[in-house]
Design a protein around this ligand. Sequence first.
Ligand code: GUN
Length: 296
Amino acid sequence: MTARLLDGKAVAQQMRAELAAEVAALRGRGVVPGLGVLLVGDNPASRVYVTAKERACGDLGLYSSEVRLPASASRDQILDAVGAFNRDERIHGILVQLPLPDASMEPHVLEAMNPAKDVDGFHPVNVGKAVLGLPAFLPCTPHGILQLLRRSGISIAGAHVVVIGRSRIVGRPLATLLSQKGEGGNATVTLCHTATRDLAAHTRRADIVIAAAGRPDTVRADMIREGAVVVDVGMNRVPDPSAPRGYRLIGDVAFDEVREKAAWITPVPGGVGPMTITMLLFNTVAAARGGPSGSP
Ligand code: GUN
């Protein structure tokens, strides 16, 4: 079997077209959805992500305002920048690109955000609401994956989903959302991580494998069953002298061999990435409308 591609680029385009109608309606009422972006330090991958997010805002007719601080910025300087976005009426959503150069600051910085502007869904209030199944801004990558599966006609209800990786940004919220009762959830979820014994024994029993480990070749062909759905969240830079930038991006899945066995697979790039950005736009438009809606 050769897998069909889960085309994140196409689904993202479709969702952005739907959002454009909402943005036009909001603009007609004098509201321009606005995103405040805070980038601390000069992590090259973060710079690429932030640029892509701002470009997507511009393309959709959103306002965006960027603050860049040096890696040496103090906690107070970062908190001041977040406070300014909290007070700015043009800003409906705030994005603090992670990781911060000093990761120990992250909990304080995320908590300083007004939860009503937390379009990444990282504030403890939004994390708690999401766990309880209450309306909340959902983290963009997990929400994007749910949308990609749903809009590609892949049913999650009753499926055994194995998530690899327990990050706060992807793995853990994904496991929560997938296992929730109701539409978009109802999966049986196994959350695997670095202390999991015999990862392959788990992934071989999965209907859907979601790899968010941050390590190339985490999923090989002999680790999945014939006809499984494979979602690759990985975004790993590997040196490639023949590539224009000297590197290329690969995921966590050994794509060429896994695609011969899976029924569906996401490419990297062009799979999960465009969905993450789209869900940020989705949440920012929702914030401008007055808040998040109900289920994923
Ligand atoms: N770093 C990696 N992914 C994300 C994301 O979705 N949001 C933010 N703010 N930082 C990230």
